[in-house]
Design a binder for this molecule. Structure first.
Ligand SMILES: [Zn+2]
Length: 381
């Protein structure tokens, strides 16, 4: 596989599954009925992703409340919230279309994950005939569960961060142990950390450096062999076909981001206005040796928020251009983001989540074919 390619993780939940989530929150159906719908959505997601030709697939995170909250709540409405949490935490993000997503708030210790990603993966692996990947949430995101300024009685921030790192490490280890070929850490809060949005106080606190340090505390617990298959995903957000930090200059993020000792990076790029400048930043700041592993840079070649399907030739062109700036032995291709990181998402620019699913699989198929064409053009074996 001269140019490796993989998806980020999520797919839009079918309208039928989103209705089931609402019915579950309203107490109209039980967990067993919701899980039947989740199983069916995972089966459909895996079959259709395998049909794209991709060597590796995910279950589209059809069981997760969101990419960020799966460890701590069963649904976005807060059904099944984990211990020591209240629903009214700080904003995770305020998106460009005006909608926002809110995190729960830690009210005491200890902090523990209620659900590990491997629990979903174990249910999905028997449905797949190809290798599977698993996305997990970065500890930096969940560090925002702790109040920004106060200290919790009997549970100081440092103890919380120590517990959080242990849980995040378990999440990754258990995903590999369950059979994930690759594990990528969602780090969408990285770019948002440089936004300085007065409506969302944490974004104005220059927290990027401590996010990087916290994530490395977990990543550095893994061996070089493990870190080859341990990635980090960056993006400007992707929810309801809107973004939260596309206006933040990548130059404010990328030099710091590549300080994380991960073996690969899934980098939103298709929706960037000046792609060559970003390829150049990646070429300059990614490391051939990140504490023993080369950093393979998967550039985004399709935009999950835009219903227009990129052609294989457009994908190939992007990769050929990227190869002028990034060594081909450290170049990969990905989607800009998950296709629907939050479970409840009606994909307004697409018209419906079901249509958005159809589009997503076309985009993935064209990414796979575009990579093949780029390999030909670049003369890669
Ligand atoms: Zn993303």
């Amino acid at each position: 596989m001269p140019i490796p390619t993989e998806n980020v993780g999520s797919l839009p939940r079918p309208a039928k599954l989103q209705s089931a989530i609402a019915a579950y929150d309203a107490g109209e159906i039980g967990l067993d009925q919701l899980q039947l719908e989740q199983d069916e959505a995972c089966r459909d997601s895996i079959q259709r992703m395998e049909a794209t030709g991709s060597w590796i697939v995910s279950d589209g995170e059809q069981r997760a409340s969101s990419f960020a909250t799966y460890p701590i709540t069963d649904t976005l409405a807060g059904t099944g919230l984990a211990d020591n949490l209240a629903g009214d935490g700080q904003y995770f993000a305020i998106f460009d279309d005006g909608h926002h997503r809110q995190l729960p708030r830690l009210v005491g210790g200890p902090f523990r994950y209620k659900t590990f990603a491997s629990q979903y993966l174990k249910k999905s692996l028997p449905l797949a005939t190809k290798p599977m990947k698993q996305a997990v949430i970065a500890p930096s995101m969940l560090s925002l569960l702790y109040p920004l300024d106060e200290s919790l009685d009997g549970y100081p921030r440092e103890q919380f961060l120590a517990d959080l790192c242990d849980e995040a490490e378990k999440d990754i280890r258990q995903a590999f142990a369950a059979g994930a070929q690759r594990v990528s850490i969602d780090f969408t809060e990285g770019r948002l950390a440089s936004k300085n949005d007065p409506r969302n106080p944490w974004t104005g606190r220059a927290m990027l450096a401590q996010f990087i340090e916290l994530n490395n505390r977990v990543i550095d617990r893994f061996s070089t062999d493990e870190r080859v298959n341990l990635g980090v995903h960056t993006c400007p957000g992707g929810d309801m076909d809107s973004v939260h930090s596309l206006d933040v200059d990548y130059a404010d993020l990328l030099p710091s981001m590549f300080r994380m000792n991960a073996g690969y990076f899934l980098i939103q790029l298709a929706s960037e206005a000046d792609k060559e400048r970003v390829y150049q930043l990646i070429g300059e700041h990614s490391r051939a040796d990140a504490d023993g592993v080369p950093q393979v840079c998967f550039v985004g070649v399709v935009d999950p928020l835009n219903p227009t399907v990129e052609t294989p030739d457009q994908v190939a062109d992007a990769l050929v251009t990227a190869a002028r700036f990034i060594p081909t032995d450290r170049l990969g291709a990905t989607d800009d983001c998950g296709f629907s990181p939050f479970s409840v998402d009606d994909k307004p620019r697409h018209g419906s989540p079901d249509f958005a699913r159809d589009i997503a699989f076309q985009k993935i198929a064209n990414r796979v074919e575009g990579v093949r064409r780029a390999e030909e053009i670049l003369g890669l074996p």
